[in-house]
Design a binder for this molecule. Structure first.
Ligand code: ZN
Length: 214
């Protein structure tokens, strides 16, 4: 079969995945446009209860070949929920909303707060969702400082990393754009998590955690 590489990534170069949690927000459109102008893509782990308010931003995101992952309906701490049904109720409606409104089903899931237990992983497995973690965390939500975020990422990044950020803070938007500028000049490609997995020959399994690829 033909290899998966729809956007002409040079596989001899380092690849990383920017990921943005807790959106969409009023800042998502600006990130997507900036990524587009750099031939870069990212993955947005959205909250289902925000999807109806940002339909145009989501359409723009998908039209420019970014990826949507699920980050639950309402950012519940899934490890604190009691039953499998309660956990599934944080997962299924996100897929249903995206399918109904955008003809799109997210393949990947990121657990809110990184909080999981055996029951959470069992439900993710049953729902067919690999669990995507991260390998670089600039704590953008905490520092809210563009330079600190940029410096943390530049000091820690390597081929195959998944970078955790949030598209709900202006400082994070500015940081992401500077990170793309700087690392592209060093030869990095910015790909979706799906691309990062596929270009490294990894078939992600439901209920399994991935935090760095390759
Ligand atoms: Zn989150």
């Amino acid at each position: 079969p033909e290899e998966y590489n729809p956007y002409g990534v040079d596989p001899t170069k380092p690849m990383i995945a920017l990921t943005f949690d807790d959106g969409p927000s009023k800042h998502t459109w600006a990130i997507v446009d900036a990524l587009k102008s750099h031939n870069a893509r990212a993955t947005f782990f959205v909250l289902g209860n925000r999807v109806p308010s940002y339909q145009a931003a989501i359409d723009n995101l998908l039209a420019n070949h970014n990826e949507i992952g699920s980050h639950s309906m309402g950012h519940a701490n899934l490890a604190k929920l009691t039953t499998e049904e309660e956990i599934a109720a944080q997962i299924r409606p996100v897929d249903e909303a995206l399918q109904k409104q955008h003809a799109y089903t997210p393949k990947l899931f990121r657990v809110p707060y990184g909080s999981k237990n055996d029951q959470v992983l069992a439900v993710l497995k049953a729902e067919g969702k690999p669990y995507i973690g991260w390998s670089v965390d600039p704590r953008d939500w905490d520092v809210k400082d563009k330079n600190k975020v940029v410096n943390h990422v530049l000091a820690n990044v390597k081929d195959g990393d998944i970078i955790l950020m949030h598209d709900i803070y202006p400082s994070s938007v500015d940081a992401a754009l500077e990170i793309v500028d700087t690392l592209q000049a060093q030869g990095y490609w910015f790909v979706t998590v799906e691309e990062l997995l596929a270009l490294n020959g990894v078939a992600a399994e439901p209920g399994v955690l991935y935090h760095v690829i390759g």
